[in-house]
Design a protein. Structure first.
Length: 150
């Protein structure tokens, strides 16, 4: 863990809470380059009636078009372990480092990220676990739709 990881993950938590306040799933993400947040996002599948706007995808979209070498200098922070789709985007853009808040409510293909050279750090934060587990308990159908489980 690096010294600013907790600070940036707290920013991702702010995004998760914003998403939940706006009627969506409480998952948030920020993209950081040179200790500056260059993109923020939260899960907006419900709000935008989107099939792809998970927190990480929203964050990357909000960061705008970057050069390939820019992504290689970034860390993406997410309150939850990235799913297959979001992990694919991380690999596509060669983002070398991912910091997550937790992976107990959902564990994405973390081994695949490791095998492809991504430094994945799990801060295992109780706040991230609780925000999402409370949401899942109250909204199981929406949760299962988000992770494509029937």
């Amino acid at each position: 863990m690096k010294k600013d990881d907790l600070y940036f993950l707290k920013e991702a938590i702010k995004e998760a809470k914003l998403g939940q306040r706006n009627g969506g799933l409480p998952i948030g993400s920020v993209l950081v380059k040179n200790n500056i947040i260059i993109g923020r996002g939260h899960n907006r599948r419900v709000q935008e009636d989107s099939v792809i706007l998970h927190a990480e995808m929203s964050c990357l979209e909000n960061a705008g078009r970057l050069k390939a070498h820019d992504y290689k200098q970034c860390t993406i922070y997410s309150t939850l372990s990235p799913c297959d789709m979001c992990s694919g985007a991380i690999l596509l853009y060669n983002i070398p480092r991912v910091v997550i808040g937790e992976n107990e409510n959902f564990k994405g293909p973390e081994e695949y990220l490791y095998e492809n050279g991504v430094d994945l750090v799990n801060l295992n934060l109780e706040e991230c676990k609780t925000i999402l587990s409370d949401f899942i308990y109250k909204n199981p159908i929406l949760w299962y739709e988000d992770i494509c489980i029937e």
